[in-house]
Ligand binder design. Structure first.
Ligand SMILES: Nc1ncnc2c1ncn2[C@@H]1O[C@H](COP(=O)(O)OP(=O)(O)OP(=O)(O)O)[C@@H](O)[C@H]1O
Ligand SMILES: [Mg+2]
Length: 406
């Protein structure tokens, strides 16, 4: 008997598709998993808890800590590339993995400039990249001297481990600086001081680079911070002169090549009132300033990150609309009584074009629990809509008093 399909069919062989491991089970891993699905892959995730955003959705979860070398090794077995949802893996563990043949992307010698703010400032200054004045702080008097020299308030930062503004202080006087430094040093936190930049606004230049050396930027965006963390992103940055945009994109491309970055990188920038651009920090992973591209660019950062770490050719990063605004959904001071599901119903009823991304996280004050992308033509209109939508999702309150029953 002849079987018709002997030659023409073949079952899908998951094992023949690459496996990427992401360290950390947060929303960045969750959204990378989403992109992995479209590429026929499963993202393996090293997560601390089964409830973590990415652990909820990936079938390939290793439970463990990113500070435990044994857990990292387990997550790396059979993986084509090992990459990150945050920058908190100890560099020595990554070096051990590389020595054992694991493809760590970005490699530790690049990643260190996203992990260690002092190493980053020093390296960038060496490369002639504009950065704020800075100095290491080994004792309280270093900080006071820096403040006296560069003006109060200045910025104190944890050299490692900060995120969402945690690990950033702006002491107003010597007493406050001494208190913070003494307290942090006692907790084993290494510190640096940097001048407080009188900034006009913050920008982010994102790029992805593959081991082959291919690189692609997205349009430079404006990031709006509230309480030290990103709240809104406007893509592209409004009224940014073409030459400035070119300077920022070229800087991102050059840094990616110079540092040997593999994967996505965000270059967080300060724009001063005279139009100068200073680097704030680097993130070598998908970044909040790239979330707009999930709906607003031909290739978003999560897919591009996977393509880059697997050395696939990179995707077209063109924007799909004149303006995309991303607004973070942040946990309210008091979580609203209305359920998240009901809030979503109301949002969709009012704004059918709002693109919602929820992370599966519990609501805590100011916690990033999701984001909304809105595309359009007019910056002010699109921004207002995206922020109104995000505020609704956080608080169950329409900022313009809209009532569907009226
Ligand atoms: N030197 C500076 N001058 C003025 N503002 C600063 C300076 N450094 C930091 N800030 C403000 O604090 C915010 C957080 O600082 P930074 O990006 O270094 O910290 P982080 O906690 O690692 O950041 P993220 O929110 O990106 O995780 C910046 O986005 C900026 O608004
Ligand atoms: Mg930052």
């Amino acid at each position: 008997m002849t079987r018709l399909h002997d030659v023409s069919t073949r079952s899908f062989d998951q094992a023949a598709m690459p496996t990427v491991t992401m360290i950390g089970g947060g929303q960045l891993a969750r959204m990378t998993h989403q992109a992995a699905i479209a590429l026929g892959q499963r993202l393996r995730v090293l997560a601390e808890n089964p409830e973590d955003p990415a652990a909820q959705v990936s079938p390939d979860v290793v439970l463990g800590s990113h500070t435990d070398l044994a857990a990292l090794r387990k997550a790396a077995v059979g993986s084509h590339a090992l990459t990150f949802d945050h920058e908190h893996v100890p560099t020595e563990h990554l070096e051990a993995l590389v020595a054992e043949g694991v493809n760590v992307a970005p490699p530790p010698q690049a990643l260190v400039y996203a992990q260690d703010k002092l190493a980053m400032r020093t390296k960038l200054a060496e490369l002639g990249v504009p950065v704020p004045a800075f100095t290491p702080v080994a004792e309280p008097s270093d900080a006071v001297r820096f403040g006296d020299e560069h003006g109060w308030p200045f910025v104190l930062k944890a050299v490692r481990g900060g995120y969402d503004g945690r690990g950033v202080w702006m002491p107003a006087d010597a007493a406050e600086a001494e208190r913070i430094v003494t307290d942090q040093l006692a907790h084993g936190v290494r510190l640096l001081a940097e001048a407080k930049v009188d900034l006009k606004r913050e920008l982010s230049a994102m790029v992805a680079r593959s081991p082959f050396g291919q690189a692609a930027t997205w349009p430079v965006v404006e990031t709006v911070q509230r309480k030290g963390q990103c709240a809104v992103v406007i893509a592209p940055a409004p009224d940014l002169a073409d030459e400035q945009a070119a300077v920022a994109e070229t800087l991102a491309l050059n840094l990616a090549a110079e540092l040997g970055v593999v994967g996505a990188m965000a270059v967080e920038l300060f724009e001063t009132h005279d139009g100068a651009l200073l680097v704030n920090e680097l993130a070598m992973r998908p970044h909040n300033s790239g979330h707009w591209g999930m709906d607003g660019a031909r290739t978003g950062q999560f897919e591009q990150h996977l393509r880059a770490v697997l050395d696939y050719p990179l995707g077209d990063t063109s924007p799909l609309a004149p303006v995309t605004v991303m607004a973070n959904i942040l946990g309210a001071e008091q979580a609203p009584e209305m359920s998240m599901d009901e809030r979503l119903h109301h949002l969709f009823a009012r704004m059918p074009d709002a693109k919602v991304h929820l992370y599966g996280k519990g609501e805590r004050p100011d916690r990033k629990i999701g984001h909304i992308n809105v595309l359009g033509d007019d910056v002010a209109e699109v921004r207002e809509k995206a922020e109104r939508a995000a505020h609704w999702m956080s608080h169950a309150v329409w900022t313009d008093g809209w009532d569907p029953h009226e």
